[in-house]
Ligand binder design. Structure first.
Ligand SMILES: [Fe+2]
Length: 292
């Protein structure tokens, strides 16, 4: 159609998109255009603001490398990652769930570990941690033979992919649950860490006077055919940033209970419940490690 005024633009786009053969793509793109145009009208977006927005979107891509995923980081900082997670897990958002954001730092191909093995692959300071996890189905029966990827940052606040000083795959490992549905590892108690601020996510946080810290956590990815694959994170209840996570990941169901032992080490046990469903591993947001 020939556009006579600003009022015609949304209809013109939606009409042209009517031909989309895939019903779901058609639905998503029609809603996207409808909401995006409404947003532009609501805020009265100026031309210079539009140019700035284009620059931000371009910068997201330019900032992304094999060892850093800026789009994933920004979606967390906007709360979209956890919204999608909670919408799709816990009986479609009606029950608490152990599912949580995958986050931008999952790497596939972590070394296979025996139960109880250490995640340390190069010297890593920190208080010793003994973790034991149980993977259960919705009836609380153990789920044996599930693959569990584990990863976390060092107490310096960096994942190994960000930090050339750490060995490849330091603080990462892949475990398999035993007949009791359990898996266990040794590591160091994680500390909270700052997310990178040298890209558009950092500009967003600065513009809103937000800090860039994430509360201390351990990451998990649990996979077994017949169950819906979940990513999870277990948070430290004493972290000062628990209520202001810059990635909006903390839910009540994911606050762990560390127990300090007389020798200064910590133990942590946690139950993960899997729902019946499709097992599908997510695409890893990063594929490599930062060069020295
Ligand atoms: Fe993390």
């Amino acid at each position: 159609m020939i556009i006579e005024s600003k009022d015609d633009v949304t209809r013109a786009v939606l009409e042209e998109m009517q031909r989309t053969p895939d019903a779901r793509i058609k639905e998503i793109l029609a809603a996207l255009v409808t909401h995006l145009h409404a947003f532009v009208r609501d805020v009265g977006l100026t031309e210079s603001e539009f140019q700035a927005a284009i620059g931000i979107i371009n910068a997201i891509g330019q900032k992304t490398t094999p060892s850093h995923n800026e789009a994933m980081l920004l979606s967390g900082a906007l709360g979209v990652s956890n919204l999608v997670c909670l919408l799709n897990n816990g009986a479609m958002g009606t029950r608490p769930t152990q599912a949580n954001n995958l986050g931008p730092f999952f790497r596939a191909g972590a070394p296979r570990c025996e139960n109880g093995a250490s995640l340390l692959r190069s010297p890593t300071p920190g208080q010793a941690l003994f973790f034991k996890g149980f993977v259960l189905d919705e009836e609380k029966n153990p789920v044996a033979g599930a693959d569990v990827d584990v990863w976390h940052s060092s107490t310096v606040g960096l994942y190994e992919n960000q930090d050339p000083a750490q060995a490849d795959m330091n603080l990462r490992g892949r475990f398999r649950t035993d007949a009791a549905g359990s898996f266990a590892f040794r590591s160091v108690k994680p500390a909270g860490y700052p997310v990178p601020t040298d890209g558009p996510t950092g500009a967003l946080l600065r513009a809103q006077q937000r800090h860039n810290m994430r509360p201390a956590h351990l990451h998990f990815l649990i996979y077994k055919p017949g169950f819906k694959t979940i990513a999870s994170q277990v948070y430290d209840p004493e972290d000062p940033h628990l209520e202001t996570d810059s990635q909006f990941g903390v839910t009540r169901a994911l606050i762990g209970r560390y127990v300090k032992r007389s020798d200064g080490s910590y133990t942590l046990e946690f139950n993960f419940v899997l729902e019946a469903g499709e097992a599908r591993l997510p695409q890893a947001p990063i594929t490599g490690k930062a060069a020295a």
